[in-house]
Design a protein around this ligand. Structure first.
Ligand SMILES: *[C@@H]1O[C@H](CO)[C@@H](O)[C@H](O)[C@H]1NC(C)=O
Ligand SMILES: *[C@@H]1O[C@H](CO)[C@@H](O)[C@H](O)[C@H]1NC(C)=O
Ligand SMILES: *[C@@H]1O[C@H](CO)[C@@H](O)[C@H](O)[C@H]1NC(C)=O
Ligand SMILES: *[C@@H]1O[C@H](CO)[C@@H](O)[C@H](O)[C@H]1NC(C)=O
Ligand SMILES: *[C@@H]1O[C@H](CO)[C@@H](O)[C@H](O)[C@H]1NC(C)=O
Ligand SMILES: *[C@@H]1O[C@H](CO)[C@@H](O)[C@H](O)[C@H]1NC(C)=O
Ligand SMILES: *[C@@H]1O[C@H](CO)[C@@H](O)[C@H](O)[C@H]1NC(C)=O
Ligand SMILES: *[C@@H]1O[C@H](CO)[C@@H](O)[C@H](O)[C@H]1NC(C)=O
Ligand SMILES: *[C@@H]1O[C@H](CO)[C@@H](O)[C@H](O)[C@H]1NC(C)=O
Length: 486
């Protein structure tokens, strides 16, 4: 079972006479135990924790080298102790030649790692090499560690991404009716999971899936690169994720998730390759990430129409900080459009979006129900973004015929400040919903530059106040009198 244990034991056994004394057996047992302890762990490659300090209040300012005085995600993730068992994927028969399937090796590894979840936890190291695999499930008290030069490659066989149940808050697969392909790396009902390393890579090789989507032969909703469901205390840190078939990182029904120092890349035309989509989750902190993809860099969600309303699982206390990147057809940070379980208390700050369709986008629609409340957005820099600020009704996108026309979303309390957008093409476009106006919008110190002199704000069914805006905002945002939001 354990590394070298059997050979060593056999060797010792060979020296034993046919009738050993009990005292000798006890001695032998002790010797084997000590030897086992010494040899069972390979030299561990352990991450150096950047998130140090006492576990405290989310968003608390702490100090550590390089980021003195800057707010960090510390407090959203409770540090885990050093794992008791560390093994390489090679030990489980893995072959990193870029061709051999390692699905069975990862399954073996995870079955073994699982036996350590109550015994101090385990870490699976993936060394330098190209490791092709189908989907595998993580376990609790577990670290997946990608060493420098390690590349995990998603299998090109759709059967290695088996079909699982749709999410209850969506009622069906997001793209196709019925079940959906499982994510490449999957976790359900876990605690204390870390996915990290020395900037190793997880490459979903999504091209095949994008083609199935483009040529309309996709049978089931595409899988994510990493999906964590019903889990808590999750850290995804210091890695590169490439070419996800669908949304790249999807924490759903989770709490206390930190996603930090990640590089997430997909071709700019790759469909629905969102970077990070916190969905019906609370206490999620996304920090210091660079994202380039064919869809939103970050999209906060909480379920879809009647299914999301019935499940009523909101997303709240979400921080998106120091994220930069580009998405030519979508937005830097999107809220919605699936938001039927409610979204509140979102902070977006220090965002840098370039060459994109939108910077900040709030998306909802009739039938969604739910709410979007207490959204605070500040210090946003944009370059060559077409519509820097956009609020819109959705694209008539419903799960089935049974959506409720009367389920109107409530949007209230959106504060946007300290925004500068260079070389923009359009003034902000703010379109609320008939009979469900977006209220309590507060804009302060927003400069949309590079527009033709004729450019005007477009506002429908919105109300709020503003101060220090260029070009001058629409009358709907010029409410005088005290506002609790400004
Ligand atoms: C994970 O480890 C902690 C101790 O660090 C233990 O209390 C907990 O029960 C373990 N979780 C699981 C699911 O085994
Ligand atoms: C992984 O988990 C899913 C559901 O969470 C399950 O359907 C699947 O069989 C699991 N796969 C393995 C290899 O255990
Ligand atoms: C993050 O990855 C870089 C690049 O490989 C590595 O030098 C660094 O040690 C990693 N950081 C931590 C905290 O593991
Ligand atoms: C990790 O790799 C990506 C892609 O090569 C690179 O852009 C990024 O700077 C690297 N990050 C670190 C911390 O080395
Ligand atoms: C659609 O794309 C898939 C994946 O590349 C390919 O196997 C299939 O032959 C394509 N089907 C059509 C009708 O083009
Ligand atoms: C604003 O955000 C940028 C990153 O886009 C960051 O470099 C800068 O320090 C931030 N400014 C303030 C005042 O926090
Ligand atoms: C919004 O924030 C205010 C003030 O912190 C709080 O009273 C209110 O309950 C919050 N609303 C929601 C929907 O979270
Ligand atoms: C207005 O916003 C810009 C861009 O974030 C910032 O540099 C500037 O300091 C802000 N001005 C005030 C008065 O806050
Ligand atoms: C904006 O466009 C002008 C030319 O139209 C160019 O000179 C300038 O460098 C651009 N600025 C940015 C921030 O892209």
């Amino acid at each position: 079972m354990m590394d070298n244990e059997i050979p060593y034991t056999k060797k010792l056994m060979g020296t034993i006479n046919t009738r050993p004394s009990w005292a000798f057996l006890i001695l032998l047992f002790t010797a084997v135990a000590i030897l086992t302890l010494q040899i069972k762990n390979e030299k561990p490659v352990l991450p150096i924790w950047p998130l140090s300090g006492r576990v405290g209040f989310p968003g608390r300012v702490i100090e550590f080298p390089g980021r003195v005085g800057k707010p960090t995600c510390v407090g959203f993730f409770k540090n885990v102790p050093e794992r008791k068992m560390v093994k390489s994927i090679k030990y489980f028969g893995g072959i990193g030649d870029g061709k051999t399937s390692n699905t069975a090796a990862f399954w073996r590894a995870m079955r073994f790692m699982e036996t350590w979840q109550e015994k101090g936890g385990a870490q699976l190291n993936v060394p330098r090499g190209r490791w092709v695999t189908g989907s595998f499930n993580l376990t609790s008290n577990f670290t997946l560690f990608l060493e420098e030069g390690a590349v995990i490659l998603g299998s090109q066989n759709p059967e290695e991404w088996p079909i699982i149940e749709p999410l209850p808050s969506y009622g069906r697969g997001r793209e196709r009716l019925g079940g959906r392909h499982i994510s490449l790396i999957h976790g359900d009902g876990l605690t204390n999971v870390v996915i990290t390393g020395q900037n190793g890579t997880i490459d979903g090789q999504g091209q095949m899936w994008w083609e199935l989507w483009w040529n309309r032969t996709l049978e089931h909703t595409r899988g994510h690169l990493v999906e964590m469901m019903n889990s808590q205390n999750i850290l995804i840190y210091n890695l590169t994720f490439l070419n996800s078939p669908f949304w790249t990182i999807h924490p759903v029904y989770c709490s206390n998730v930190v996603i930090k120092d990640m590089t997430i890349l997909a071709p700019l035309k790759a469909p629905n390759t969102d970077g990070i989509d916190p969905d019906s989750s609370k206490n999620v902190c996304i920090e210091d990430c660079y994202i380039e993809s064919g869809d939103d860099l970050v999209a906060v969600k909480s379920g879809w129409d009647q299914y999301g309303i019935a499940m009523a699982r909101p997303s709240s206390n979400i921080i998106v900080r120091r994220v930069s990147g580009t998405t030519p057809t979508c937005s830097g940070v999107g809220i919605g459009s699936e938001m039927s379980g409610g979204i509140s208390d979102v902070i977006v700050e220090d965002l840098h979006v370039r060459d994109s369709a939108a910077g900040i986008r709030i998306k909802t629609d009739k039938g969604r129900g739910g709410y979007i409340a207490n959204i605070t957005i500040s210090n946003i820099t944009m370059e060559r973004v077409k519509v820097p600020i956009r609020f819109s009704r959705g694209a008539d996108d419903h799960p089935d015929e049974n959506w409720d026309l009367k389920a109107l979303p409530k949007v209230k309390g959106i504060s946007i400040s300290n925004v500068v957008s260079f070389n923009s093409s359009k003034a902000p476009l703010l379109e609320g919903i008939v009979n469900a106006p977006f209220e309590g919008i507060c804009m302060k110190n927003v400069s949309i530059l590079g527009l033709p002199p004729s450019a005007r704000w477009t506002c429908k069914f919105v109300s709020g106040s503003s101060d220090g805006i260029h070009p001058p905002p629409c009358p709907e945002l010029q409410n005088s009198g005290p506002s609790s939001w400004c």
